[in-house]
Design a protein around this ligand. Structure first.
Ligand code: NI
Ligand code: MN
Length: 227
């Protein structure tokens, strides 16, 4: 069965059609990660942007099991310069049918500088269409933007939205995002990793469920949601 695995912060596993894909594989240095990077053997890595808490352990995991890395053109060029060979570059608005799902890059309002100061291009989110037809929207690090309404028009089953505030949307803007995206389920991410992004996800869940039709699933690090 397809499922979503939460590894804490913004690190998400997707088991789709028998393939493991990890979005933003940040294990080493992630105080919420329930396991280390050596314990994951993904076939695919999706990177939303260049910041250290998202690029994470991409290079170590690549050396370990050679997953295909999917990201924007600039991040892929950086990874190629670091010896990564199994890559697939896309860019905002472009979709491609990968072995595990169709993946479209979406807009995100944020930065994307890579750890060595290289230009990471525009940050992205991902709209992922599983073989089952289920659509998962991983917003990436982003502030609120009105074009979330366009993404919502596609019919989202599960949205993964940051609620931590400070670096991304906080709880109030994330509620406004839910109103535009209208997903069946929303999973809050990118909170409680450090004091600066401390939030109460259950308080947010109450608010969202009171004011929208969306169901909130709060996943503890290590927990999974069957799709
Ligand atoms: Ni970031
Ligand atoms: Mn971040």
């Amino acid at each position: 069965m397809d499922k979503i695995i939460y590894y804490g912060h913004a690190t998400i596993g997707l088991e789709l059609d028998g393939h493991l894909c990890i979005i933003d594989p940040f294990f080493n240095g992630n105080p919420k990660a329930p396991i280390g990077w050596r314990e994951v053997k993904p076939e695919f890595l999706l990177i939303t942007h260049g910041h250290g808490d998202h690029l994470g352990d991409t290079l170590d995991i690549y050396k370990q099991c050679k997953p295909m890395v999917i990201a924007n053109f600039e991040i892929i060029e950086y990874l190629i310069s670091k010896g990564v060979k199994n890559v697939h570059a896309q860019h905002i608005g472009g979709a491609y049918n990968h072995a595990f799902a169709k993946v479209k890059l979406t807009n995100a309002l944020h930065g994307s500088m890579l750890p060595d100061g290289s230009n990471g291009g525009n940050p992205a989110g991902f709209l992922i269409t599983a073989r089952s037809g289920k659509k998962i929207y991983a917003a990436g690090d982003t502030g609120l933007f009105g074009d979330m309404g366009l993404i919502g028009e596609e019919g989202i089953d599960v949205a993964l939205l940051p609620i931590g505030d400070n670096y991304t949307m906080g709880p109030e803007d994330a509620l406004r995002a839910v109103k535009m995206l209208k997903p069946k389920i929303v999973i809050p991410i990118h909170y409680n990793t450090w004091p600066v992004i401390a939030q109460d996800p259950f308080k947010w869940a109450d608010e969202v469920e009171k004011k929208t039709e969306t169901k909130v699933v709060v996943l503890a690090p290590g927990a999974t949601l069957d799709l």
